[in-house]
Ligand binder design. Structure first.
Ligand SMILES: Nc1nc2c(ncn2[C@@H]2O[C@H](COP(=O)(O)OP(=O)(O)OP(=O)(O)O)[C@@H](O)[C@H]2O)c(=O)[nH]1
Ligand SMILES: [Mg+2]
Length: 214
């Protein structure tokens, strides 16, 4: 038996080119991949982390943002303990598509899934979405919020470690006191990433961007 106490599934979604794969590779491999190509379907990575003295296995599912893979990626929502919805702070269309992603999440994910909104690429100097706008959107839509740079490793560890910590807390609150075996959480509610509101919006369809920028 592998030596870990909790196993959590974390799924990344968001438009093509926002940096989902780079975030995952930064976290799991400690690098920023040069010339990262578009993800085809879904990629899968595992990283075991230690939080509060417990070994936690994170199964990280990195989905393709391109519209043509949408039906494949939808099938990964259901079993997620946490969903990271990523946009690019230097690309307004990736922010404008967030309501469409929320609609997908509402339709396919567990209603209690931990949702984190991530504005990536903070290293860029051509920001189009102010931090406060991202924060407000997250608040309005029952999500936690963080800005990251996969390129400069800003807030990437923090993102995954805080998700792990919150999932542990949720799992423990459900665990009978006498139970010490490995377990999983099926609902969550992060304390340190942001605050929550109670609304999921609906809007028209928005196709994902096909080009990648750096
Ligand atoms: N400046 C900057 N560029 C980034 C950052 N993260 C990713 N990129 C660049 O953005 C482009 C897309 O990154 P990916 O990680 O492939 O994006 P993705 O969201 O996985 O895209 P799909 O797999 O098509 O859904 C690449 O050219 C990366 O080098 C970042 O934090 N800063
Ligand atoms: Mg990718």
């Amino acid at each position: 038996m592998e030596d870990y106490k909790f196993l959590f599934k974390v799924v990344l979604v968001g438009n093509a080119g926002v940096g989902k794969t780079c975030l995952v590779r930064r976290f799991t491999q400690g690098l920023f991949p040069p010339g990262q190509g578009a993800t085809i379907g879904v990629d899968f990575m595992i990283k075991t982390v230690e939080v509060e003295g417990e070994k936690i296995k994170l199964q990280i599912w990195d989905t393709a943002g391109q519209e043509r893979f949408r039906s494949i990626t939808q099938s990964y929502y259901r079993s997620a303990h946490a969903l990271i919805l990523v946009y690019d702070i230097s690309c307004q269309p990736t922010f404008d598509c967030l309501p469409d992603w929320l609609r997908e999440i509402q339709e396919y994910a567990n209603s209690k899934v931990l949702k984190i909104l991530v504005g990536n690429k903070t290293d860029r100097d051509d920001r189009e979405i102010p931090t406060q706008i991202g924060e407000e959107f997250a608040k309005q839509h029952d999500m936690y919020f963080l800005e990251t740079s996969a390129k400069e490793a800003e807030n990437v560890e923090r993102l995954f470690y805080e998700i792990a910590a919150e999932l542990i807390e949720q799992a423990r609150s459900k665990e009978p006191i006498s139970q010490h075996s490995r377990s999983t959480a099926d609902s969550i509610g992060l304390s340190s990433l942001g605050s929550k509101a109670n609304y999921l919006s609906q809007s028209g369809c928005c196709s994902s961007l096909s080009s990648h920028s750096t």
